[in-house]
Design a protein around this ligand. Structure first.
Ligand code: IPE
Ligand code: IPE
Ligand code: MG
Length: 247
């Protein structure tokens, strides 16, 4: 049975796709088998998000810290990224998906850099869901790069130092122009951000699911959206009924 998507959908959902290794290990398989199964879930998640009316789906695919994994695993993950972009780009494009990549573009293999840039360029004019792929992404690295851009803009006279405000920072992080995530979902039971969207998630809701990423199906996605729909977002203000009680 397919579960129904909840009525109040977030605009932007960000997902920390975690648990591929444990999924494989539980089956006596190499970790790479978990990553491969995880890629299958990416396709399904993009489709489910589109159907639920979500405008932006950000997926944490590879962190700036993941380079410290064993060489073979890193190489397998790079192979899977190449495979995903080459195989799925045409279909994403057909489905009107706009692809955007966040993360540092330096120090990555030139062919991967070219693939990612091509994916962005080819889908730039699409008007459907925006799929934001966080690759070689670390929030602290992103903030350091944004700080450098601020300094450059002040030095070149584009920006007055005294005029630096939150919008000036938001406009120089990798997600410039993209609304902050309403909800950050993490699979695998871990309850941490692992250097993901530290600036953007200031007022995001968090949904931690026990399921491992290769098991994250439509029902699990809908479960997370239902949990989000039940949350009361206050953004630091006092809601009207509380004022009425105190007065
Ligand atoms: C997430 O799954 C994928 C990446 C970080 C690239 P993991 O590989 O972290 O899986 P676990 O957490 O070890 O189970
Ligand atoms: C976060 O997962 C990165 C991605 C999902 C790509 P990790 O598995 O790398 O995070 P930690 O090491 O458990 O914090
Ligand atoms: Mg992990």
């Amino acid at each position: 049975m397919q579960s129904e998507a909840p009525t109040s959908s977030p605009r932007h959902v960000a997902i920390i796709m975690d648990g591929n290794g444990r999924w494989a290990e539980a089956r006596g398989l190499p970790r790479t088998a978990g990553h491969r199964a995880g890629v299958e879930r990416v396709r399904e998640a993009v489709r489910t998000a589109g159907e639920a009316g979500i405008e932006y789906l950000t997926l944490f695919a590879f962190s700036s810290e993941n380079w410290r994994r064993p060489e073979q695993e890193v190489s397998d993950l790079m192979g899977l990224l190449r495979f995903f972009v080459r195989k799925d780009l045409a279909e994403l494009h057909r489905e009107n998906v706009r692809v955007k990549v966040i993360g540092c573009r330096q120090n990555i293999q030139p062919d991967i850099r070219a693939l990612l840039t091509d994916a962005e360029n080819r889908t730039r004019e699409n008007t459907g869901i925006t799929l934001v792929i966080a690759f070689n992404y670390g929030a602290r690295d992103e903030l350091v790069r944004a700080a450098r851009k601020l300094v450059e803009d002040v030095q070149s006279g584009v920006l007055d130092a005294a005029a630096i405000d939150e919008a000036a920072v938001s406009g120089r992080v990798d997600t410039a122009g993209i609304p902050d995530p309403d909800v950050v979902i993490r699979t695998s039971g871990e309850q941490r951000l692992s250097n993901f969207l530290l600036w953007q998630a200031a007022y995001s809701e968090f949904v931690f699911l026990p399921c491992l990423w290769p098991d994250f199906d439509r029902a699990a996605f809908h479960e997370a959206l239902v949990e989000y729909a039940g949350r009361e977002r206050r953004f630091g203000v006092v809601s009207a009924p509380c004022i009425a009680v105190g007065s």
